[in-house]
Ligand binder design. Structure first.
Ligand SMILES: Nc1ncnc2c1ncn2[C@@H]1O[C@H](COP(=O)(O)OP(=O)(O)O)[C@@H](O)[C@H]1O
Ligand SMILES: [Mg+2]
Length: 342
């Protein structure tokens, strides 16, 4: 098959003067696209680099592909940016891997995702969204308890989540909220901080989706309930954390995490693949933090790492994602029917 790759490179992004220093954090380095393209080609397909933005618009019209393998984060700071490429592909009638525009947009908007996941019966940290520091009194009225975690409402890759995002008093809370609303220019999501294990779960496929692995992110300094998988840690992951699967948690707890993962995946309408983040409290109760229907696909991103811990190579992971999309889009059947048409 001719497989188009859609992606946004760090180098293709114009940084805003005076913007946050993690503005390009979610975008990919060229090595990730090389790894994806060579996996696709070793599977016997042709890989066509379509890129993102206007480059993608120009290329997709002159180079028709059978299926797009989409990892594009989208352009701008809009909360629906991850929906941009899939929306255009739907307009053009081109099948693509992964979730659709609605799911991608909801998952990037963390408060929207929490509402949907909570209504499917999955626990998520108690929260309040505030538009500006003037609304801080609403947090006191809400009954939310310290410590809290303040984060941008629609970012990923730990953008805007630093060690200072965990706040223990009113002064720290005010500073963290001001940081989010002024530097990231979006509402602040204020959650109760869940002390305990940090877990991320990979999911593959549809009808039914299956858990690939439950992976614990363990600080190299030793487990600590206040550990945060913050921007500082993600940037220096080799020195600061190790990854363990299955986690050091009771079997019943791991089962609860898997059930919560599948319930959240289905509530959000995820397709083909996703990675979901949870914190596990002292009572072994999992709390949904967020879903990543476009998980990082660098060779050392969490999704490929957890796949490796489950015994799946990078190439096998790409194959499973493509297979899920091919099945779901009916592309395998079409080819099959074509061969047997009389
Ligand atoms: N409510 C919370 N309680 C404890 N830790 C949290 C909470 N929210 C976020 N964190 C920490 O911050 C990290 C990043 O938050 P997350 O919501 O996953 O955003 P991102 O999209 O940047 O990955 C989490 O992996 C976790 O370590
Ligand atoms: Mg996360």
């Amino acid at each position: 098959m001719k497989i188009g790759l859609t992606y946004d490179l760090k180098t293709s992004i114009q940084l805003r003067p005076g913007g946050a220093d993690d503005e390009a954090e979610e975008y990919d380095p060229p090595g990730t696209i090389d790894a994806l393209a060579s996996a696709v080609e070793r599977l016997g397909h042709q890989a066509v680099r379509l890129g993102g933005g206007t480059e993608f618009l120009d290329k997709v019209r002159i180079n028709p592909v059978d299926l797009v393998l989409n990892i594009a984060e989208g352009r701008g700071t809009y909360r629906s940016r991850e929906a941009q490429i899939p929306s255009v592909l739907e307009m053009l009638g081109i099948p693509y891997s992964g979730s659709d525009p609605l799911t991608l947009a909801v998952a990037l908007d963390k408060p929207a995702a929490k509402i949907m996941v909570q209504s499917a019966g999955v626990s998520t940290p108690a929260w309040v969204v505030i538009q500006s520091p003037e609304q801080l009194p609403s947090i006191a009225r809400s009954g939310l308890r310290f410590p809290m975690l303040v984060k941008p409402s629609y970012e990923g890759s730990s953008k805007g989540i630093r060690q200072t995002s965990r706040v223990a008093n009113d002064a720290e809370l005010r500073n963290a909220v001001r940081q989010v609303t002024s530097l990231y220019r979006q509402p602040a999501l204020v959650e109760e901080f869940i002390s305990g294990a940090e877990v991320t779960v990979g999911v593959l496929g549809n009808q039914p989706p299956r858990v690939l692995a439950v992976m614990e992110v363990v600080p190299r300094q030793g487990r600590h309930p206040d550990f945060m998988y913050s921007l500082e840690v993600k940037r220096d992951w080799e020195a600061l954390v190790r990854y363990q699967s299955p986690p050091e948690l009771p079997a019943a707890c791991i089962k609860d995490i898997e059930d919560a993962t599948i319930a959240a995946y289905q509530a959000l309408g995820c397709r083909d693949l996703a990675r979901l983040d949870f914190r596990i409290d002292a009572n072994h109760r999992p709390y949904f933090l967020e879903a990543n229907p476009l998980p990082g696909m660098g060779v050392y991103s969490d999704m490929p790492i957890l796949a490796a811990l489950a015994g799946m190579s990078y190439q096998q992971l790409v194959e499973q994602i493509l297979d899920a999309a091919i099945q779901r889009c009916g592309l395998a059947q079409t080819q099959h029917a074509h061969h047997h048409r009389l």
